[in-house]
Design a protein around this ligand. Sequence first.
Ligand code: SAM
Length: 331
Amino acid sequence: MRLTDQHKRTIDYLRISVTDRCNLSCAYCKPRTEMKMLPHREILTYEEMLRIVSVAVPLGISRVRVTGGEPLVRRGIVDFIASLKDCNGIEDVSLTTNGVLLEEMAGALYAAGMPRLNISLDSLDPQRFERITGSNNWTRVWSGITHAEALGFFPLKINMVPIRGVNDDEVADFARLTLDRRFHVRFIEFMPIGANDRWRRDSCVPSSEIRATIERTLGPLVPFASHNSAGPSDNYQLPGGKGVIGFISPITRHFCGTCRRLRLTADGKVRPCLLSDTEIDIKSPLRSGCSDAELERLLRISLEVKPERHHLNENGAEAGCFQRTMSRIGG
Ligand code: SAM
């Protein structure tokens, strides 16, 4: 029987964090205190991930997103993606990257059958990028993006997290990119995860405000619907623009009711909701030689505890109650 949770949501999408390592240190993502890297033996091997996927596919998982940490820093990632593509029943494999290694790896990714990418970029200004990420790799990331565009990756989604007083003055510049390029620029509301001690409710710029800023600067947005518009993004276009502008609003307009996701953390936990700390250990049984039936049982249990919705908008949600490392869980 297919994976359906207590709230009648059908689950068909798995996000896999393949590593907790990252080649950037984004101030809003990494905890301020020294982050302990997981020992290598604690990270699932690719074979273990593929075994879990092979159990999940007959239950209805048909889409996989590879994330991290930074997935491109893990050795063997291109072959892993090719193996995912070869899994019978997997219809879609996608990748989220910070783009630092994209220029050298885009060709191999494309050849492995990955025709589209999500790239995270929080500033178009190299100095500001360095302040946010602790790295002077802006030019490298931008070259990676333009190289991927030239190779034919489509859609190329550029994900930006506007943070008040940090980079929110750039939202119109990001939106402007869609005028003459087919980029899909998406603005994601800042959530209290990762470096949660830096999150304040007013540092999250609501999508409505981002949209108003864009419309004030560039004119009214026109709703955009595509055949593939089932995701969490509300999509628009600038009149005459080639690309798409999306708003993802986990804080101000949560989309929990239509959530179809499960997550597999880098250290082998099934996490039914990004914004709840409940996790089911699947690695220990896997490493003690459990059967596929037992793995299936664990996947089903994780759905029994998948919350109906997150509670970030309730009093006290910002009081440091979320102790998560984004990289282990996968953004
Ligand atoms: N390294 C890859 C990348 O940069 O795309 C994948 C992992 S990263 C954790 C995935 C995404 O999570 C990035 O787009 C990042 O901006 C986003 N992210 C991290 N912390 C966030 C937060 N507190 N609120 C919203 N998005 C966040």
